[in-house]
Design a binder for this molecule. Structure first.
Ligand code: CMC
Length: 382
C-alpha cells in the first residue's frame, strides 16, 4: 500500500473515498444523481415500502418476503419496552437537557441491558439482534423522555401499531390519522440511510477499533446532533419562524447571506443540484399542510426556497421540508433531530456491521503545520 503524501490533504475529507459499501449509493460522480439503498431507488421505496421493510433491507441485504417481515416485525414489537432504570434516569435528568443529549445517554444505558451485552463485538448475528433492539427501543426512549420532561404520564408502546404509528401514539397518547402515519413512515424511510455522512463515518471509525455496536451508535448520535448535520432540521424550523411571512422572505435571505450566515436546510456536501429526498418530502409537506388546514408555513417556505436558490444557487436538503412535516404532526422542534436519529439507526447499524465484517482500523494521517523541532527549556527559562 502506497503512503499518502501531504498533497493528498482534502479539508473536510471532501471527495475522499474512505470506505467501500454495499448499503447505499449516491449516484453520479457529481452528486447530481439519485439515492439508492442496496440498489433500490428511494423513489421506489419511500411511500411504497414501510420503515420496517427498509430497515430489514439495510440490515439483512434484501427486502423481506411476507414471512420474514412478519417475524422481523414481531421481534421489533416485542423489543419496544425500555428498562425501568432508563425511565428512572429520565426522571432525574434535568428537564432542560436537549432530547438529543438524553438520547445519546439512553443508548449507552440500553447497552447494559441488552441480552447480548457480552457478545464479541464481531459477532455478526448478535450485532443484528442488537441493531433490531435499538431500532425498537430508541423510538420508545425518545417518546418516554419527552412525556416525562413535560410532566405527562408515560404511554406504553402498543403492539398492534406499526413503528411509525406507535411512535406518534407514544408521543401524543393518540393514534395518528392514516395520512400522518404514512407521512411519518415515509420520512423515516428517507432518513434511514445516506452513505458515508459524518455520523455514519463516526460510527464506522469507532467500531474499526473493534469497539462494540452500541459505542458506534453513541458516536453517531453525538455527531448527528450538530447543526451542519442532523441538527439542521431544528434550525430550519427557526428560519421559517424568523422569516415569519412570505413578503419578508427575499429581504431576510438577502440580509442573512450578506452577513455570511448559513441558511439551515440548504446546501449539501454531495448533492450540488438538489437533494432527491427533499423533492419527495416537499410534496408530502403540502398534502399534510392541507390535511391540518394550515398552509401558512408552505407559503413562507416557497419564497425562501426561491430566494436561496436564486441568490446563492443552493437547493434545499432533506432537513428543510422535514421540519415542516414534523410541525404538522404536532411534534416539538426539539424532537426533530432525535427523530432523524431513530430513523438513521438502521443505516448506522448496517454500516457498523459491514465495517466489523470486513474490518480494517481507520487511522488516517494529518499534515503537520505546527512549530518545527525545538528543545524543551527548563521551566524557569520559559
Ligand atoms: N447557507 C449559506 N451559504 C451556504 C450554505 C448555506 N446553507 N451552504 C453552503 N454555503 C456556501 C458557503 O458559505 C460557501 O460560500 P462561499 O463560496 O461564498 O464561501 C459555499 O456555499 C460552499 O460551501 P461549503 O461550506 O464549501 O460547502 P460544504 O460542502 O462544506 O457544505 C453543508 C455542506 C451541508 C455543511 C452546508 O451546505 C451547510 O452548512 N448547510 C446548512 C446546514 C444544513 O442544512 N445541513 C444539513 C445537511 S443535509 C442532511 C443532514 O446531514 O442532516
Amino acid at each position: 500500500m502506497s503512503h499518502a503524501s501531504a498533497d493528498d490533504y482534502r479539508p473536510g475529507l471532501e471527495g475522499v473515498i474512505a470506505s467501500e459499501t454495499a448499503i447505499a449509493n449516491i449516484e453520479g460522480a457529481d452528486g447530481a444523481g439519485g439515492l439508492e439503498y442496496r440498489g433500490y431507488r428511494i423513489e421506489d421505496l419511500a411511500g411504497h415500502v414501510s420503515y420496517e421493510q427498509t430497515a430489514f433491507l439495510l440490515l439483512h441485504g434484501e427486502l423481506p418476503n411476507r414471512q420474514q417481515l412478519r417475524e422481523f416485525d414481531a421481534r421489533l414489537r416485542q423489543a419496544r419496552p425500555i428498562p425501568e432504570a432508563l425511565v428512572e434516569l429520565y426522571q432525574r435528568i434535568p428537564k432542560s437537557i436537549h432530547p438529543m443529549d438524553v438520547l445519546r445517554s439512553s443508548v449507552s444505558v440500553l447497552a447494559h441491558f441488552d441480552p447480548d451485552a457480552n457478545a464479541a463485538p464481531t459477532d455478526h448475528a448478535a450485532n443484528v439482534r442488537k441493531a433490531e433492539r435499538m431500532i425498537a427501543q430508541m423510538a420508545t426512549a425518545v417518546a418516554a423522555r419527552r412525556r416525562i420532561s413535560q410532566g405527562l404520564p408515560l404511554v406504553a408502546p402498543r403492539a398492534d401499531l406499526d413503528h411509525a404509528a406507535n411512535f406518534l401514539y407514544m408521543v401524543h397518547d393518540k393514534v395518528p390519522s392514516e395520512a400522518m402515519r404514512a407521512a411519518f413512515d415515509l420520512s423515516l424511510v428517507l432518513y434511514t440511510e445516506h452513505e458515508l455522512n459524518a455520523s455514519t463515518f463516526a460510527a464506522r471509525v469507532t467500531v474499526s477499533t473493534l469497539s462494540d455496536i452500541y459505542s458506534g451508535i453513541v458516536s453517531a448520535i453525538g455527531t448527528l446532533k450538530g447543526p451542519l448535520h442532523g441538527g439542521a432540521n431544528e434550525e430550519a424550523w427557526k428560519v421559517l419562524e424568523r422569516v415569519g411571512s412570505p413578503e419578508n422572505a427575499e429581504k431576510w435571505i438577502q440580509d442573512a447571506l450578506a452577513r455570511k450566515q448559513r441558511i439551515m436546510g440548504f446546501g449539501h456536501r454531495v448533492y450540488k443540484t438538489g437533494d432527491p429526498r427533499a423533492t419527495i418530502l416537499k410534496t408530502h409537506c403540502r398534502a399534510l399542510a392541507q390535511e391540518v388546514g394550515d398552509d401558512r408555513w408552505e407559503r413562507i417556505a416557497e419564497p425562501i426556497e426561491q430566494a436561496v436558490t436564486s441568490q446563492k444557487m443552493l437547493p434545499p436538503n432533506v432537513d428543510w421540508p422535514s421540519a415542516r412535516l414534523y410541525h404538522y404532526m404536532g411534534l416539538e422542534i426539539e424532537l426533530y433531530t432525535p427523530i432523524f436519529a431513530l430513523a438513521r439507526v438502521a443505516g448506522w447499524a448496517a454500516h457498523v456491521i459491514e465495517q466489523l465484517d470486513h474490518n480494517r482500523l481507520m487511522r488516517p494521517r494529518a499534515r503537520y503545520i505546527g512549530p518545527p523541532h525545538r528543545p524543551v527549556k527548563p521551566i524557569d527559562q520559559r
